[in-house]
Design a protein around this ligand. Sequence first.
Ligand code: AMP
Length: 471
Amino acid sequence: MTYGRLRELTEQVAMGLMSHGVAPGDRVAMVFPNGPEAILLFLATSMIGVSCPLNPGYKEDEFRFYLEDTGARFLLVPPGEAATARQALPAGGKVIEVELDATGRLELNNHGGGHVDSIDAADPEATALVLHTSGTTSRPKRVPLRHRNLLTSADNIVRSYELTPDDVSLCIMPLFHVHGLVASTLATFASGGTVVVPRRYGPLGFRPLMEATTPTWFSASPTPHQLILARLQDRRPPGCERLRFVRSCSAALAPAQMELMEDRFGVPVLEAYGMTEASHQMASNPLPPGRRVPGSVGRGTGVEVAILDDGGNELAAGTSGEVAVRGPNVIDGYENNPQANASSFTRGWFRTGDLGVLDADGYLRLLSRIKELINRGGEKIAPREIDEVLEAHPSVKEAVSFGVPHPTWGEEVGVAVVLSAPITEKELLAFCRSRLADFKVPRHLHFVDSIPKTPTGKIQRRFVAEQFIRQ
Ligand code: AMP
């Protein structure tokens, strides 16, 4: 698809959506698998109002929460699909089916009635995208990203990797997260390059996909990289002819994995550091001749990075503290969440909740997290959300979930459960599966008489985790 065609289709679908009643500023949820539709609909909805892409794997309660929380008045779905999301749409919401037909036209399947034949350019300060990030103590937090935030981030990524119109990015990360959307897609658009977006991606399909599309780069979190690596026995397999670099972000990349990837692909592997609130990228290791440092996420990429103490004072190189960032890519605040805003912003800095240290050359090393979210293969999970689902079961008195280290996923969900009535592990897991997207379902259940407390009598997730991880 050419850029001319992309613009034509985006405008066409945006006007079609307006004829359905979508008005400037409206929040439009969409539930699409990866593919050109997901990209076109993101562009079209953010051109008029606010795009709210949701993970198609969510269960009904999760959809209900996200649809209500974003205040979505419209839900875009493929024809005949996304039944669970449709069911969860609050009364008064309108479902619009959208399909990219064989001739490359985007069809809105039910007629809007109105007629719209022009569309204004979006204001850079308007919100373009709303995503959620996992809170520590609460339900997910709502992150409003402005056009300005996204454009800055895309530009920062273009500059980091010297992207040009000759670049071809293979997008294997989901388009309902900033990683796939901003790094693999928007940055490539900003540089006039080509995005390859397979509709269905699995590690088994990686080789044929590489051979067919010969990308110049691709980005993923360490888990998909590891799954690819496990299937690559040879060096520079077919499809790597134009490969310039491979990018890893969203979770820690082990130096040994990085070395093996560099050996197999024969190109630099660049670890980056991203976060939804910063429209994805905050730091990255540079391309050669710049120095890449295994175990470090590199230097700020058009984003100021500092280490703060508890009082919000900047710490010197070599001293560890909370990583904070500042720049036009960073949100001005969470929506409708004064408490999170008060604790996340200090003197213009956004506190990431990650612990880290800068070296004398400005390279950032992440040490651990202050926030308690569980990072499963780059997907972030709020432990409180898991606790709440379990505690909604009549046989459960108390539940405390935590991250359990895992060689491929980075972390898996574990949970300590105190029962008030007998129930089997199998029954409880089935209950979780009916309410939680698969990636959030606990892999380790520990039935206990009481939740282990710290020596001072507190329930602390990290302490609970230690009790079970040691076993
Ligand atoms: P998300 O908003 O889903 O992009 O998650 C952001 C969080 O992912 C960060 O605050 C970090 O905790 C984690 N993260 C992102 N990149 C890395 C990385 N390269 N190494 C370790 N953790 C990372």
